[in-house]
Design a protein around this ligand. Structure first.
Ligand code: PLP
Length: 359
């Protein structure tokens, strides 16, 4: 196999003059910690989702943790979450001392299966973390019927619609991540958003420990800096462009892959996809994850970094059985590079690699 000189990475942040300028201005101001930029970023995100407000924090994981604490969730409470997602939701549940109740996904959409979730609801269920994976909203309409408070995890999905509602605007609380690979990036960072001002105030009081007359149980230091928020604001101004670019690259991938037998991203009626990831399923890959690893290695040889979109299903950490859809996704799902800073040369390289693998 010939190796190509340049590698198209799986992800690369879009950082241009606006972000550089925003960071320089904050540095010049000498006001580096949480301040006016953080407030502006919170207002901008809340306006985007049509919510009362947002509370910026240091990461998506911290956002999940303070969201759970703000709902008063702790020891003895159960929180439902899907198995096929990164470890952050599970860690957040464990950090507050609650019990995770992991359920399987709907393989078509990679999202939490509402039927499996409904079978897991008990009198101890206090919340359900609903990640919108890869840019596609979960079936919020079906999940709402369970009557369990929803924390929408929008770490991978901003601007996508479910039955006319923007993902992130439906749950009691929503969280975002602004990690370097995300739709909007600030390096590290996160936010909790809600239409409920009293919940937001509780999150604010958990985000920092200082200037309180008495110790607040659960309070910590998970603040965002103005430096991060200024970069986030510059990114938020570009979000419409980012989503347009992602959608047009997804269209190109779809036409290249048409007729190959791969399962392309599915968009159920009433939902839209923002293609945080372009994840295909390989129906004929060999058993275990060896087949997928071999495909990833061949792409690497052709100068394209593809990835398994979820490192390890959560039921495996908890040593549980009975998650066939999550395991099928682990075995067959492949994420192809899709991000707004892909150049025409990058894209040409990806298309050549796709055609060599599947023509
Ligand atoms: C669905 C989901 N939730 C939560 C997180 C956690 O975000 P962070 O990495 O900012 O802690 C991630 C991040 O990578 C994620 O993909």
């Amino acid at each position: 196999m010939t190796t190509v000189a340049t590698m198209v990475p799986h992800s690369r942040p879009f950082i241009e003059t606006d972000e550089l300028q925003a960071a320089i201005e904050v540095l010049r101001s000498r006001r580096l910690t949480q301040g006016g930029m953080v407030e502006q970023f919170e207002r901008g995100m809340a306006a985007y989702l049509g919510l009362a407000g947002g509370v910026a924090v240091s990461s998506g994981t911290a956002a999940l943790e303070v969201a759970l604490r703000a709902l008063g969730i702790g020891a003895g409470d159960e929180v439902i979450l899907p198995s096929y997602v990164c470890a952050a939701p599970l860690l957040a549940i464990q950090l507050v001392g609650a019990t995770p109740r992991v359920v399987d996904i709907d393989l078509e959409t990679f999202a939490i299966d509402p039927e499996a979730a409904s079978q897991t609801v008990t009198s101890k269920t206090k919340a359900m973390i609903v990640p919108h994976l890869f840019g596609l909203p979960a079936d919020l309409t079906a999940l709402e019927r369970l009557g369990v408070p929803i924390i929408e995890d929008c770490a991978q999905t901003l601007g996508a619609m479910e039955q006319g509602r923007v993902a992130g605007s439906v749950g009691l609380l929503s969280i975002c991540s602004f990690y370097a690979t995300k739709l909007l990036c600030t390096g590290e960072g996160g936010m909790v958003l809600s239409r409920d001002e009293s919940l937001l105030e509780r999150v604010r009081r958990l985000r920092e420990y200082d200037e309180a007359p008495s110790l607040r149980p659960g309070a910590t230091n998970v603040k965002m800096t103005d430096l991060q928020a200024a970069i986030g604001l510059a990114q938020l101004n570009r979000l419409a462009f980012f989503l347009e670019r992602r959608s047009s690259i997804a269209d190109e991938y779809r036409s290249t892959l048409d007729g190959t037998g791969l399962v392309q991203p599915i968009v159920p009626a009433g939902r839209t996809h923002v293609y945080y990831r372009f994840v295909v399923r390989l129906p004929h890959v060999a058993g275990g994850t060896d087949g997928l690893n071999e495909v990833i290695a061949r792409f690497e040889g052709r100068g394209v970094q593809c990835r398994k979109p979820v490192f390890r299903s959560l039921h495996r950490y908890l040593e549980l059985d009975g998650f066939p859809a999550s395991e099928e996704a682990e075995r067959t799902a492949l994420s192809i590079p899709l991000f707004p800073s892909l150049t025409e040369e990058d894209l040409a390289q990806v298309h050549v690699a796709l055609r060599s693998e599947w023509s």
